[in-house]
Write a protein that binds this ligand. Sequence first.
Ligand code: LMR
Length: 354
Amino acid sequence: MKKTSVYLALACIGLALAAYLGYSNLFPQAEPPYDDDQEGLSGQIVFKFSHVVAENTPKGQAAAKFAELVAEKSNGKIQIVVFPNGSLYSDIEEINALKDGQVQFIAPSTSKLGELSPRWGILDLPFAFDSHEAMQRGIHGDIGRKLLDSLQENELVGLAHWSNGFKQITSNTGPITEPADLKGQKLRIMPNEIIREQFDMLGVESHEESFNSTYNLIEAGIVDGEENTISNIYSKKFYNVQKHLTISSHGYLGYAVMMDQAVWNQQSDGTKQILLEAMEETTAWNDKNAIKLNEEQLALIKQQSPIQIHELTEAQKQRWKEKLVPLYEQFSKEIGADMLEELKILQKSHKTNP
Ligand code: LMR
């Protein structure tokens, strides 16, 4: 071949190569070359976590923290997608949704677990815990452990107790400071035998309704008020439709985080370990965060609303306790003598004895 023809051929090949490279950079191939990252993504696990409260509450923030820790510990391989505000299922539907595999995590209020076992009622007894310290010893100690273990009878795995805090009472008919002030009040309550009985003793007309219907019930005047923690009162803006808030701290509100047993069994040992580690860290974090959030949000309610706040004095609290103490005896059989005994020991060691 002549020298000129060789140069011409080389120039053509060069031009063709340059054109190809330029084109392929502008329009990258639809299928990127295989790499390790893709292998990671193909094995991704996604769990749905459904709950009924707002994101700026102890449960909302704990669910978000748990999702963050799980993603971190699994290098993004396990994703927890959180659905707050009852956007997927109401509190009345969520256990069935878990059993049907529609969601993989729920954290219902322990007060809503009476249908599974009456032993959960121990946490609903009036003034069961007089301080956050006593409450945390109760839910993270023997009492709490036995309750979580009891979920196995329903083929559920109890992973942790996440506390919210203590319940207070809001109403448009007030002030409420003495037990007698509750007579004739119409209050929305959670579906729970002990809570219903407690309010029956005080002459309250109880309405067992879902959490997400509470604001509308108050606004429509169907109920005078409700009982809840400050974080639920704040995040759902109940204070905008209520005239009185009584700081009674008369009952505990917290959650049992759970999965379906069959779904749990399907997970690899590695996944189970990541979920358990993240749950343990979240629970310890929530113990502090829940107290902080309820305190901060009480201050915000004071700033943002003209609601009248009535804090029970020690003497008033004592009268509430005396009025409600028969409930301990009334429910002792259902709750179990062993559990009640443990609670009494705990109360004595914290110098509280209703
Ligand atoms: C309620 O129904 O008032 C609470 O249980 C809601 C919640 O999950 O905190």
